[in-house]
Design a binder for this molecule. Structure first.
Ligand SMILES: *[C@@H]1O[C@H](CO)[C@@H](O)[C@H](O)[C@H]1NC(C)=O
Ligand SMILES: *[C@@H]1O[C@H](CO)[C@@H](O)[C@H](O)[C@H]1NC(C)=O
Ligand SMILES: *[C@@H]1O[C@H](CO)[C@@H](O)[C@H](O)[C@H]1NC(C)=O
Ligand SMILES: *[C@@H]1O[C@H](CO)[C@@H](O)[C@H](O)[C@H]1NC(C)=O
Ligand SMILES: *[C@@H]1O[C@H](CO)[C@@H](O)[C@H](O)[C@H]1NC(C)=O
Ligand SMILES: *[C@@H]1O[C@H](CO)[C@@H](O)[C@H](O)[C@H]1NC(C)=O
Ligand SMILES: *[C@@H]1O[C@H](CO)[C@@H](O)[C@H](O)[C@H]1NC(C)=O
Ligand SMILES: *[C@@H]1O[C@H](CO)[C@@H](O)[C@H](O)[C@H]1NC(C)=O
Ligand SMILES: *[C@H]1O[C@H](CO)[C@@H](O)[C@H](O)[C@H]1NC(C)=O
Ligand SMILES: *[C@H]1O[C@H](CO)[C@@H](O)[C@H](O)[C@H]1NC(C)=O
Length: 572
């Protein structure tokens, strides 16, 4: 008896330590925006202990991993994307000990932690930059310094490059008597990746966090890492409609997507693979952010990225996209994913308007539905699982530098505050986000009815839809089934997955009229069942549907499955 127990224990340990090389292939990755997730100390700003206290929710909605927007030490010029110490936690969010507790709890819930990594620049308050200004070795060449150009005796930046946050990308430093490059805020000097010492420093940063239990990195704006070594002027985009100092007024051929980026990424992939091999842990996930062309995005796959973010549903799809447009986009992506790699579908993030606001409230679940039944990884922004919406901001309320720097006439085109408001947990003070009634960004006024607690109590809500989508994503038909993307009646987008007798179909009505589709001549069972439907469609889960007249209510989406799938999911 004792021997059996020992044997069982041994087996259990052996099993739990087993590496799962495929863990990410059908994963849901959840983005947490720490400032807005949960405030534990009443200062009105979210923090690590707040996140730790809410990890049960992340596990409940079935995330496999979550990525944290930056929590590093930072003067918060760009809310944490300006880092003054890459191996420390900002006191606003907590301490390294808090971080260790967060990782331990995540592990106990089976969740992997992914850190945001902001390699292109540091804060101007980083000791490296302070030493670089004074030309103290080895820091003198840690940043991109250039001499001024003098035109008619007047000091000018070395070239015409523009910052993503408007205006010249060069800032004069009066101590060093040179300009430094900043592709974002002036408080975010770009690191010089042509310097091997900088590349080594950044590898040490990655190792520091992996040793603390981190399972991967989301690499911010990776395509801005290198600039032209000859510092040539960028050509005009010929856009008379936008101001001359707007980032979009130039074509960024010398400051974006340079080939050297891919080589650095390969060295990071190797570093992470070696770490996993030494520690006998699951492969690390690398997510890369690059608002780049389709072809370039795909190049990141071959340089070690697990998830070169597919922003198709953010940048290409919009409210008025037709069923045919959707089919075109999805087919193009599926074709581009290299053999052996997995597709990914980003529903939303902290830099873009919320999905419920981009597509309209009644379509809040549509993109998630599509993302969850397509093959590969779904990336979800916190709050989208309950259909949170953008909040309107006045210029005076705006705090995002991208908005503030654009001025009162244009701030709303650039500001990312609307999608960053605090998470709506319940209907108490500040939506349960904070005990403080004043929060760093105001809570959306709709929180009394739009909140997690309310939706959990409802029979049918965005939360319930999300849960059922997560549940179906675990089925092998989603993991391995054949994919077909079709258009019926010019208006209905149909995405189906078939594996043996298992059938899953999402039908989405891209028009404003209801439609009945007859797909009985296709290779599908004659009888399907409604598994989930858009909130507001009045279609109840469990309703039977004949394949020869599938009703898709106006402006909504329905997820049908074969009966065997439905029953296998509902029997317990
Ligand atoms: C960053 O913070 C760590 C604490 O984790 C500290 O030991 C280190 O000296 C700091 N590094 C710099 C460059 O300030
Ligand atoms: C970048 O690499 C590709 C091949 O991978 C090559 O065709 C191209 O010319 C390179 N671009 C530059 C500017 O070197
Ligand atoms: C999307 O289009 C529908 C009409 O089809 C409209 O009612 C709705 O307001 C639009 N939503 C957004 C966010 O533009
Ligand atoms: C937000 O502002 C836009 C543009 O001014 C307006 O159309 C919209 O109705 C506003 N929404 C809310 C919820 O106030
Ligand atoms: C807040 O929600 C609770 C249920 O969670 C409900 O009983 C109560 O009436 C709500 N209060 C308001 C003001 O909406
Ligand atoms: C916030 O709380 C303070 C103190 O309880 C109170 O005086 C104030 O009116 C409240 N403000 C709002 C907007 O609820
Ligand atoms: C499909 O269903 C039929 C009838 O129920 C059954 O005979 C067959 O074995 C099933 N096929 C698979 C691949 O499960
Ligand atoms: C559906 O299509 C099939 C095959 O084309 C046809 O036989 C059937 O009559 C159609 N059913 C309806 C209700 O239109
Ligand atoms: C540089 O920083 C900006 C602003 O935070 C960010 O958007 C961009 O992606 C970063 N680039 C790299 C290569 O990290
Ligand atoms: C799509 O929605 C429109 C209006 O919202 C409706 O008229 C049309 O019948 C719907 N199509 C289907 C197939 O349900």
């Amino acid at each position: 008896m004792l021997r059996l127990t020992i044997l069982t224990c041994f087996l259990f340990v052996a099993l739990s330590a087993a590496v799962n090389p495929n863990w990410y292939k059908n994963a849901v990755v959840y983005q947490i925006y720490p400032r807005s997730f949960k405030d534990s100390n009443g200062d009105g700003i979210g923090d690590l202990n707040g996140i730790t206290s809410k990890l049960e929710h992340v596990a409940d909605i079935g995330a496999d991993a979550f990525w944290l927007s930056p929590i590093y030490k930072s003067p918060q010029v760009d809310f944490g994307y300006d880092i003054s110490n890459f191996t420390d936690i900002d006191p606003t969010y907590g301490t390294l000990a808090d971080f260790d507790r967060l990782v331990a709890k995540a592990k106990s819930l089976g969740l992997k932690v992914i850190m945001d990594f902001v390699p292109n620049h540091s804060s101007h308050e980083h000791p490296w930059f302070k030493n670089s200004i004074k030309k103290i070795k080895p820091y003198d060449e840690y940043y991109v310094w250039r001499n001024a150009k003098y035109v008619n005796g007047k000091r000018q930046p070395p070239n015409n490059w523009l910052s993503n946050f408007q205006g010249s990308a060069w800032e004069w430093n009066n101590d060093r008597k040179q300009y430094y490059l900043h592709q974002f805020a002036a408080g975010q000097p770009d690191l010089n990746y042509r310097n091997p010492a900088v590349r080594e420093e950044m590898k040490n940063v990655l190792t520091f966090w992996m040793n603390r239990g981190v399972s991967g990195f989301r690499i911010d704006a990776i395509n801005h890492m290198f600039e032209d070594s000859q510092f040539r002027d960028e050509p005009s985009a010929n856009r008379p409609d936008i101001p001359k100092n707007d980032y979009d007024s130039l074509v960024h051929i010398y400051t974006k997507d340079l080939n050297e980026t891919y080589d650095v990424l390969k060295t990071w992939r190797k570093l992470m693979d070696d770490h996993s091999a030494h520690t006998n842990t699951d492969p690390k996930m690398i997510l890369t952010e690059a608002y780049a062309s389709h072809e370039l995005t795909v190049k990141y796959y071959n340089s070690g990225s697990t998830v070169p973010f597919n922003f198709m549903f953010i940048t290409d799809a919009h409210n008025s996209s037709s069923a045919m447009d959707f089919k075109g986009m999805i087919d193009r992506w599926m074709k581009a994913v290299p053999e052996g790699k997995v597709a990914n579908w980003v529903v939303g993030n902290h830099d873009n308007h919320r999905v419920a606001s981009r597509f309209g409230r009644h379509r809040a679940d549509e993109i998630t539905m599509i993302a969850m039944i397509l093959p590969g990884i779904a990336v979800i922004y916190n709050g989208d699982e309950i259909g949170m919406e953008d909040r309107n901001f006045t210029y005076a309320e705006t705090v995002d530098p991208a908005g503030c720097n654009s001025g009162p006439a244009r701030y709303y085109l650039r500001s990312r505050d609307p999608e960053r408001t605090p998470y709506q947990w319940d209907n108490t003070t500040s939506a349960g986000f904070s005990s403080n009634n004043k929060t760093w960004l105001p809570v959306h006024s709709n929180y009394k009815t739009l909140n997690l607690k309310h939706q959990k109590a409802e029979y049918y809500s965005h939360y319930q839809v999300f849960k059922s989508l997560r549940s179906i994503k675990r089925q092998s038909v989603i993991e391995r089934g054949e994919l077909k993307v079709e258009v019926y009646d010019k208006r209905i987008l149909s995405i189906s997955r078939v594996l043996g007798n298992d059938t899953v179909i999402v039908m989405t009505n891209r028009s404003n009229k209801p439609a009945a589709v007859n797909i009985s001549s296709r290779n599908v069972p004659p009888l399907l069942i409604v598994y989930a439907a858009s909130i507001g469609s009045n279609l109840r889960p469990g309703t039977l549907a004949l394949t020869n007249s599938l009703l898709v209510p106006k402006e909504s989406s329905v997820l049908f499955t074969s009966l065997n799938i439905y029953w296998s999911d509902h029997e317990n």
